[in-house]
Design a protein around this ligand. Sequence first.
Ligand code: AMP
Length: 378
Amino acid sequence: MNFENLNLIQPLLNAVNKKGYLNPTPIQEKAIPTVLQGKDIFGCAQTGTGKTAAFALPILQLLETEKDRNQRRAVRALILAPTRELVAQISEEFSTYGKGLDIRIVTIYGGISQKNQTQALQSGVDIIVAAPGRLLDLMNQGFVRLDKVEYLVLDEADRMLDMGFINDIRKITAKLPAKRQTMLFSATAPDEIRKLAASLLNNPVQINLSPDTMPPILVSQSVYHVKKENKKLLLTHVLKNESLKNVLIFTRTKHGADKVVKDLIRNGIKAQAIHGNKSQSARDKALKDFKSRSIRVLVATDVASRGIDVDKLSHVINYEIPEQAETYVHRIGRTGRAGETGAALSFCSADEKPYLKNIHKLIHKNIDVVTSHPFAIN
Ligand code: AMP
């Protein structure tokens, strides 16, 4: 299957070619025709599967080809996502694919002044990509009208629920026309998500691609057993290997992330942290520096990392093993994206062994143990 078979209009095909995509990913193959046919979608897919383009391309096409119905610019598509980083990335993808089209997009999230956002809204936009909190805030101030919305996307719905956005989502969706097309994507599908899906979707087509128990196939996984107090030494040791070109390190806490950064810098390794206590501009800068390779290591907590999209991320290191096995799968899904190979290293201290056991159960295999390092314990 290639993109030409998907009935996309020429400007979108051009954009996809320009991005260098050769073939649609499995979720794109399934979702694009479904959305173009006007159907709702319940997609179980994690980041890294190409799901953003899977909804962005057909929505742009529908907006472009069914334009005459609206005279003035009115918000016709609303995309909701949990974090500022993810909102920014989705918006960027819409802009890239929509380059040849006359479509305006506004990005809305908190932590920065609302002025640019309200100005853009007032001058008229076709697509809003937003984090729920700030959007609701602007709605309450009377800056946003959603009564012309035809397409609604909830991306990473499970994470939005985890972050306590459910009430905001309900308030926002209450303002949308009942007659609309809705796409809900979630990496996991616990009961709460199914309930939300049932209330928002109309006879959806289910696309179930990467259940949580399935880490990306191209990621090699290994575990290092190590005493807690030796983790920082092990990290410096591991980073001596230059094939670890750009490394995303996960810690459980914000404080832990800061400590790792300090240790690395002390050892001459350029690193920055990204977590909820950092200002928006500090987070943007850290991500930008990491993407441009001016720092080699980014240290993140789980919430902050969600949706971070870095091309060709070579390594993920779990400095601490996550308590939830699903989180492990999400974390290592940062690398090995869309056909690239990657590696995930996990540092496991004695007290974390039960978490590791749960991960083995979830992914139905034992992760290979690396014993050839100076801090190995049994
Ligand atoms: P996503 O799952 O939307 O976060 O996408 C993961 C990454 O895959 C992004 O960097 C996209 O630019 C990239 N991508 C999306 N579609 C394709 C495709 N058909 N071929 C290659 N890469 C893609």
